[in-house]
Design a protein around this ligand. Structure first.
Ligand code: DOR
Ligand code: ZN
Length: 346
């Protein structure tokens, strides 16, 4: 069986830099026409000039003949000003600004300590039509890790939506039924990305037969009812849920570690994983809208002209990919996937 769909985009992706960038970029560029590239480098991408330089490094790292457009995002800090937003908007290369609550995840130490410090900056984003991409977790140490997303909605996101009704927000990598319901119940300027791992796995997978560091990501996997709510949302055809892999490569030694990093690498099969999840839900016919239409429409960008073709033919994911002087262990390493990318047409 073959499935040809309009070429998809990845609306949430970590590409890193240097040797890591060169190692992972071909996987994404083979499948996706565009991706929102997360700015959580060390140091973070906080200005339009830095975003332009990073964009040039990504373009230089593309394999010959690849057709891929990086869509840049700025990393908000306590010091991001309205003038920074004006420069980003004028550049034409910055498509959003990312809110990392300080301490929430990988390379978030420079993130925002109190969102109210950014009132003027966020107001300018609302005026300029610049989307805000949100890592939606509170960081207080006394909040249970499984409750951090729900608490963020109450404490930060709902008040923000009420304060700035014109601000366009992408609630990134949603993981709970509460988040699904919040987005559905909000106005048209509020959307969400959903990762393949949160569609396919619940938190039991983290401890299946022993602790599984390669399944540790943030926000952490949630319960089976949460997973089902996410899958229902993804296959529903609702235009404000769309694809964002959150593929987040880390070297093997930093994952298999007494204090392992958060992040699941999925770019090697970034569309195939969704095909599997949608097929399991009996909803393959909804994949194209979720992967190739809704995100572009929300961001006000044209849908892609080309196509990709997937074939239902088993293949085995490698145990690892070269990653600088280490190895990258991909999601489902050594396991068989049902769908394979056959090719892309421009
Ligand atoms: O699991 C994650 N990994 N979640 C994030 O928010 C960041 C990401 C990363 O950069 O590794
Ligand atoms: Zn991410």
């Amino acid at each position: 069986m073959r499935l040809t769909i309009r070429r998809p985009d990845d609306w949430h992706l970590h590409l890193r830099d240097g040797a890591a960038l060169a190692a992972v970029l071909p996987h994404t560029a083979a499948r996706f026409a565009r991706a929102i590239v997360m700015p959580n480098l060390a140091p973070p991408v906080t200005t339009t000039a830095e975003a332009a330089a990073y964009r040039a490094r990504i373009l230089a790292a593309l394999p010959p003949g690849a057709a891929f457009e990086p869509l840049m995002a700025l990393y908000l800090t306590d010091r991001t000003t309205p003038a920074d937003i004006d420069r980003a908007r004028a550049s034409g290369i910055v498509h959003g600004c990312k809110l990392y609550p300080a301490g929430a995840t990988t390379h978030s130490a420079a993130g925002v300590t109190d969102i109210r410090r950014l009132d003027d900056t966020l107001a300018r984003m609302a005026e300029a039509g610049m989307p805000l991409q949100v890592h939606g977790e509170v960081t207080a140490a006394d909040v249970d890790i499984f409750d951090r997303e729900a608490r963020f909605i109450e404490a930060v996101l709902a008040p923000l939506v009420a304060r700035l009704p014109r601000l366009r927000i992408v609630f990134e990598h949603i993981t709970t039924r509460v988040a699904v319901d919040f987005v559905r119940g909000s106005h048209d300027g509020i959307a969400a990305t959903i990762t393949p791992q949160h569609l396919s796995l619940s938190r039991n997978a983290l401890f299946a037969g022993g602790i599984r560091p390669h399944l540790y990501c943030l926000p952490i996997l949630k319960t089976e009812p949460d997973r089902r709510a996410l899958l229902e949302a993804a296959v529903s055809g609702h235009p404000r849920y769309f694809l964002g892999t959150d593929s987040a490569p880390h070297a093997r030694r930093t994952k298999e570690n007494a204090c392992g990093c958060a992040g699941i690498y999925s770019a090697h099969a970034g569309i195939e994983f969704y095909a599997e999840a949608f097929e399991a839900a009996g909803a393959l016919s909804q994949l194209e809208a979720f992967a190739s239409h809704h995100g572009a429409d929300f961001y006000g960008l044209p849908r892609n002209a080309g196509t990709i073709t997937l074939v239902r033919e088993p293949w085995t994911v490698p145990a690892g990919y070269p990653f600088g002087d280490d190895t990258l262990v991909p999601w489902r390493a050594g396991e068989t996937l049902a769908w394979r990318l056959e090719g892309a047409a421009p």
